[in-house]
Design a protein around this ligand. Structure first.
Ligand SMILES: [Fe+2]
Length: 328
C-alpha cells in the first residue's frame, strides 16, 4: 500500500485531533482543548482553552487569533460525554415511551452518526464502537409493533453525504429488509449492527484515496477493496461481535454471481446477512448525495440494480427490498 497519512495514524496517544467542524455539532457540555508542541525529543499537549458550548464566539475568536485549525481533545473526555450525556439522555427520552417508530428513528439517527463520525474522523479508539451497542436493539424494537414506511426512512437517510452517514443508513436498510424477511428481533438487531459496522474498515484507507470519487486509479481501487478485510479484522479483534457481524463486514462486497471482492464467493455461499448488506450498501450509494456521479431516486436505483447490476444480488432478497420500497 502507498505511503500516506492514514485516518488511523493521526494520533495514537489519548489525545485526538479535532477540527473546527467538530465544534459545529450540538455539544451540551464543556471540553478542554489542547494544542500540540513538538520538539525533537517529545510531544506535549498544552491546554489552552475550554470549549463552552454556550459561548462559542469566544472560542471562535481564539481560533482566528491562533490561525490554526489543528486542536486536540482528550479521548476519554469525549467517550464519557457520549456515555453519560448523549446516550443516557437518549435512552431516558426513549424510555418515556409512546414514541412512533418514525420518532425513534429521528432521535437515534443523529447520535449514531456522530459516534461513527468521531470514530472515523478523529480516529477514536475501537472502544468507541461500544457506544453504539444499544442502538440496534432500540431500533429493532421500535420497528416491531409499527411499520416504518420506506419513504420516511429514505427521508432520514438523505440528510448528508459522508461515510459515517452511509454506515448508519446501511444499518437502517438492513434492519428493514430483515424485518421484511420475517426475522426475529434479535436477528434484526444483529443485522442492523452489522450493517452499521460493515464499512468501518474505511478508517484504515488514506483520506485522499477515499475522497477521489470517480477519479480512482486501479491501484487506489485495490486499496479501497481492502476495507472489508480491515473491518472484519478490527471487529474480530474486539471479541465482542457475532459471526453475523463479522460476515457482513468481510463479505458485503461479494456478488451473487461471484464477481465481487475480496473473496469472490458465489451465490448462497455468501452469508445471508452479507447478501442483505450488499443490497443496502449499493442502494444507499446510488441514492445519496455525492460530489461525483448522478444521484438516483429510489425507483431509478432499484431499476438500475435489478436490470444493470442484476447478477450482483440475491434475486429473492432484491425483490423483497423492491416490494418494501414500493409499498405505500
Ligand atoms: Fe464497503
Amino acid at each position: 500500500m502507498k505511503q500516506g497519512k492514514f485516518m488511523a495514524d493521526i494520533e495514537e496517544t489519548e489525545f485526538k485531533q479535532i477540527t473546527r467542524t467538530f465544534f459545529e455539532k450540538e455539544w451540551k457540555e464543556s471540553f478542554d482543548i489542547f494544542y500540540k508542541v513538538s520538539t525533537d525529543e517529545e510531544k506535549k499537549f498544552i491546554k489552552f482553552a475550554e470549549f463552552d458550548p454556550k459561548n462559542y464566539s469566544r472560542l471562535d475568536t481564539i481560533f482566528k487569533e491562533k490561525q490554526t485549525e489543528v486542536f486536540y481533545i482528550k479521548e476519554t473526555d469525549l467517550y464519557k460525554y457520549y456515555q453519560f450525556n448523549i446516550l443516557k439522555q437518549l435512552l431516558l427520552e426513549l424510555a418515556q415511551g409512546n414514541l412512533s417508530a418514525w420518532e425513534v428513528f429521528r432521535m437515534v439517527y443523529p447520535v449514531a452518526t456522530r459516534i461513527l463520525q468521531d470514530y472515523l474522523e478523529i480516529s477514536a479508539s475501537d472502544s468507541f464502537l461500544e457506544l453504539l451497542d444499544e442502538i440496534p436493539e432500540v431500533l429493532a424494537e421500535s420497528l416491531d409493533p409499527e411499520n416504518v414506511l420506506f419513504y420516511e426512512l429514505f427521508a432520514i437517510t438523505q440528510k448528508e453525504n459522508s461515510i459515517h452517514a452511509h454506515c448508519v443508513n446501511v444499518g437502517m436498510y438492513c434492519l428493514c429488509l430483515a424485518r421484511e424477511l420475517g426475522m426475529d428481533r434479535k436477528d434484526r438487531a444483529e443485522i442492523c449492527r452489522g450493517g452499521m459496522l460493515a464499512d468501518i474498515g474505511k478508517k484504515f484507507i488514506p483520506r485522499e484515496v477515499m475522497s477521489m470519487g470517480s477519479e480512482l486509479t486501479e491501484e487506489n481501487q485495490q486499496t479501497i477493496r481492502r476495507h472489508p478485510a480491515f473491518g472484519k479484522k478490527t471487529l474480530k479483534e474486539l471479541r465482542r461481535y457475532s459471526k453475523t457481524v463479522l460476515h457482513m463486514a468481510g463479505e458485503h462486497h461479494e456478488s451473487f454471481d461471484g464477481s465481487g471482492y475480496p473473496l469472490k464467493i458465489v451465490g448462497k455461499g455468501i452469508n445471508l446477512a452479507a447478501r442483505i448488506c450488499k443490497i443496502a450498501d449499493v442502494f444507499n450509494a446510488l441514492t445519496r448525495k455525492r460530489s461525483y456521479g448522478e444521484v438516483m431516486t429510489p425507483k431509478q436505483a432499484l431499476t438500475f440494480m435489478k436490470e444493470s447490476l442484476k447478477g450482483q444480488f440475491d434475486p429473492d432478497l432484491l425483490n423483497t427490498f423492491i416490494l418494501y420500497a414500493g409499498r405505500q
